[in-house]
Design a protein around this ligand. Structure first.
Ligand code: SF4
Length: 458
């Protein structure tokens, strides 16, 4: 009797990584593997890693080190994702118990890589306890490290989606922008788009399975280019929004340089496209934007914000900001603060600059002390919090449609999400309790800096 093939997968990082993991899980299941919840129960332990933040690779190596003891039980280890791509075969040197290193641009080759790995697995009986000393068997080394040559996206019909109501669809992989601080062009390869027909086919399949919300994913969705030349990004979003059964379409992430007016026009034209745009600005200073190689000015960014503000629908706007980029002066930082006031964001994700391997900004001196970066971050977050208090208050008294995402029993509240991507916690009479995944009207009765409070409209 052959030993059952089992795997454990842990995922770090962004939505792209989360969705990659869904595809990897589907691929492994298709190859006869069963997913388990604990490392101890798995024959194969995989880490889908993220390298966007400082010290990401050290964290991965620490983690791998912790699990070296499991080698005695005959387990195999694999590193996936951005740290795999970034560190490559160096992983085998620092963590010799690792058998598989695979960057995201090579996931389509996973079945062959798994086969190679299986050929080394002990068969027909539970693994013999072995010494922690590396054996020839544990030294199998399989890499999938595509560089920027590949033109293919990783598409699979076996995606194992984790949420039964809302799901991701990747429309474009990789990035060609090379912002000075960013590792993504080096870890996820060059831009490559799926055909709009294949994206639409996946959206229809999801709708048939009962999904009602779709999030279109890409490192830079605005660079989407249908290789069959049929639809622009805005047209593709509109077409996905018109698939029967789909009630909400979101997208992330945008780059301001490629962000066209048509994206806003389609939000006005197609009711299912959500009233939310995440448009990372990173800095309010032209000098810093130039040093970051962001390819737009503050004025051009604000032009896009003006399109959103002139839309018929009330679009919520969110952004990413980095503080402490090399050379950022107090004046530059003050311009970022003034941009917050000018835009009036609904939320901002803030980060301290940290130099990343291979990136152009590594050549710049990272001279701003960490303490000063932390101070700027705190000032920024405090200002944004004030803005959000006002932004959230504007909904009080309004009735908003929410998708019911869960229930907080301790508070006797339901958890909903609005089209504008706001959490709205609400009460409902027991006789009208909503079901998870349904869409219900809720009247907002109170607000906090990060959420709304309300009651179901019966
Ligand atoms: S657009 Fe810039 S920040 Fe975004 S993934 Fe590409 S290089 Fe990174």
């Amino acid at each position: 009797m052959a030993t059952e093939k089992t795997f454990y997968l842990e995922t770090f990082g962004c939505q792209m990584n989360a969705h990659d993991s869904e595809k990897v899980i589907g691929t492994l299941r298709q190859q006869g593997y069963r997913q388990v919840e604990a490392e101890e129960d798995a024959g194969l332990i995989l880490y889908n890693t993220c390298s966007i933040r400082d010290k990401a690779e050290q964290k991965v190596f620490h983690r791998l080190n912790d699990y070296k003891k499991l080698l005695k039980q005959g387990k195999k280890f694999g590193v996936l994702g951005c740290v795999a791509q970034q560190e490559g075969e160096k992983i085998f040197e620092r963590a010799p118990h690792v058998s598989l290193v695979c960057g995201s641009a090579s996931y389509r080759n996973l079945p062959q890589m798994l086969k190679g790995l299986e050929d080394t697995l002990p068969e027909n009986q539970p693994p013999e306890p072995r010494s922690s000393k590396l054996t020839a068997q544990s030294l199998v080394r399989i890499t999938g490290l595509d560089d920027r040559e590949t033109d293919e996206c990783f598409e699979t019909e076996f995606t194992a989606r984790t949420n039964p109501h809302r799901g991701y669809i990747t429309i474009i992989e990789g990035c060609d922008k090379f912002c000075a601080y960013c590792v993504v062009p080096f870890t996820r390869g060059k831009e490559r788009s799926r055909t709009s027909d294949s994206v639409l086919a996946e959206a229809r399949q999801m709708a048939d399975l009962g999904y009602s919300e779709i999030q279109l994913l890409g490192q830079n969705v605005n660079s989407y280019k249908d290789s069959a030349g049929k639809r622009s990004f805005a047209e593709l979003r509109a077409a996905v929004g018109e698939v029967p059964g789909i009630k909400r379409v979101r997208f992330t992430t945008s780059h301001p340089r490629d962000f066209g007016r048509d994206i806003i026009d389609t939000i006005d034209a197609v009711a299912t496209l959500c009233d939310h745009v995440h448009l990372p600005v990173q800095s309010g200073s032209d000098r810093v934007l130039n040093a970051m190689q962001r390819l737009y000015t503050r004025e051009q960014y604000l032009e896009r914000i003006a399109w959103m503000k002139s839309a018929k629908r009330d679009i919520s706007i969110t952004s990413d900001i980095i503080v402490g980029f090399p050379g950022e002066t107090e004046e530059d930082f003050a311009e970022t603060l003034s941009l917050l006031d000018e835009v009036g964001y609904d939320a901002v994700f803030t980060f301290k600059y940290s130099p990343r391997p291979n990136t152009p900004s590594l050549a710049l001196e990272d001279a701003i002390p960490d303490q000063e970066k932390s101070r700027r971050l705190e000032v920024l977050m405090a200002r944004q919090r004030e803005i959000q208090i006002t932004r959230y208050q504007r909904y009080i008294g309004e009735t908003l449609e929410v998708m019911v995402e869960g229930r907080n029993n301790a508070r006797a509240q339901w958890i909903g999400r609005t089209s504008q991507n706001k959490t709205l916690n609400f009460t409902a009479p027991a006789t009208a309790a909503p079901t998870i995944g349904s869409y219900v009207p809720v009247r907002a009765t109170g607000s906090f800096p990060n959420s709304l409070l309300g009651e179901l409209v019966v």
